[in-house]
Design a binder for this molecule. Structure first.
Ligand code: PGA
Length: 227
C-alpha cells in the first residue's frame, strides 16, 4: 500500500541553487507519495509534485512581521504544512497556536500535518506517552475535522539524535491516535534513516514517515520513498 513520506529539510540547504538541485534529484515516480518541505523562502522556486511548508501563521494578513499565512501558501499551490514541530514548540509554540494554525490551513484547503511528541522522554512508558499526546491532541484538534488532518508522532528525544523509537511503539501510538481521534493518517518521525525506514513502513497503522536529516541525502531518500 502507498504510504506518505514527508521530507522536512528544516534550515537546509543554504542556497536556492542547492535546494533546487536537491528537489530535482528526488524521484517523482516513487512507490510512496512524497511531499517536500523546503525552507519558506524557497517555496515558490522549488519544482516538485507535492510541496509543503514547514510552518505557517494563523492570520490571513495584517501587521504580523515575519509571518507567512495559509492564504499565501494557497496562492503558491502548497498542499501541506507542518505545524507544532518540536523545534517550534521548543521556542514557545503552544497547542492553542497549533490549533489556530491548523484551522487556518483547513480554511484554505491545505492539509495540516500536526506534529506531536514534544515533552516525551525515552524513559516514559506507553501509557505516559499517550497521556502527553492526549494533552496535546485534545487542544490541537479542538473544533476541527480530524479526518482532514495528518498527525506525525515524533518523540522529541528521537529527533536528530540517531536514536529512533521502535517500530512496535510507533505502531501502538498510531493505533491510539487513529482510534481515539479518528485521524486517518499517522506518520512516524525521529531519526528515520535508510536502515530503519522499512521497519516503520511495514507497520500496518503507521501511515508513513516524516524524515529530517535523511531527506537531505538524495540517494538515501530516493531509496526510502521506494520502500
Ligand atoms: P530527523 O528529524 O529525521 O533528523 O530526526 C525529523 C523531524 O524533525 O521531522
Amino acid at each position: 500500500m502507498k504510504k506518505l513520506v514527508i521530507a522536512n529539510w528544516k534550515l537546509n540547504p543554504s542556497s536556492l541553487k542547492d535546494a533546487q538541485k536537491l528537489a530535482a534529484s528526488i524521484s517523482i515516480k516513487a512507490k510512496n507519495k512524497v511531499v517536500l518541505c523546503p525552507p519558506t523562502i524557497y517555496l515558490s522556486n522549488i519544482q516538485y509534485p507535492n510541496i509543503g511548508s514547514q510552518d505557517c501563521f494563523w492570520q490571513e494578513k495584517g501587521a504580523f512581521t515575519g509571518q507567512v499565512s495559509p492564504l499565501m501558501l494557497k496562492d503558491l499551490k502548497i498542499k501541506y504544512s507542518l505545524v507544532g514541530h518540536s523545534e517550534k514548540r521548543g521556542v514557545g509554540e503552544t497547542d492553542e497556536m497549533i490549533n489556530a494554525k491548523a484551522k487556518a490551513l483547513l480554511a484554505q484547503k491545505i492539509t495540516p500535518v500536526i506534529c506531536i511528541g514534544f515533552g516525551t522522554t525515552v524513559e516514559h512508558d506507553d501509557l505516559e506517552v499517550t497521556d502527553i499526546l492526549k494533552s496535546q491532541l485534545d487542544i490541537d484538534l479542538g473544533g476541527l475535522d480530524s479526518s482532514k488532518v495528518i498527525v506525525a508522532y515524533e518523540p522529541v528525544w528521537a529527533i536528530g539524535t540517531g536514536h529512533n523509537a521502535t517500530p512496535e511503539h510507533a505502531e501502538k501510538i498510531s493505533i491510539f491516535v487513529k482510534t481515539k481521534y479518528k485521524v486517518p493518517t499517522v506518520l512516524y518521525g525521529g531519526s528515520v534513516n535508510l536502515g530503519n525506514a522499512k521497519s516503520f513502513l511495514q507497520q500496518t497503522n503507521v501511515g508513513g514517515l516524516l524524515v529530517g536529516g535523511a531527506s537531505l541525502n538524495a540517494k538515501d531518500f530516493n531509496q526510502i520513498i521506494n520502500m
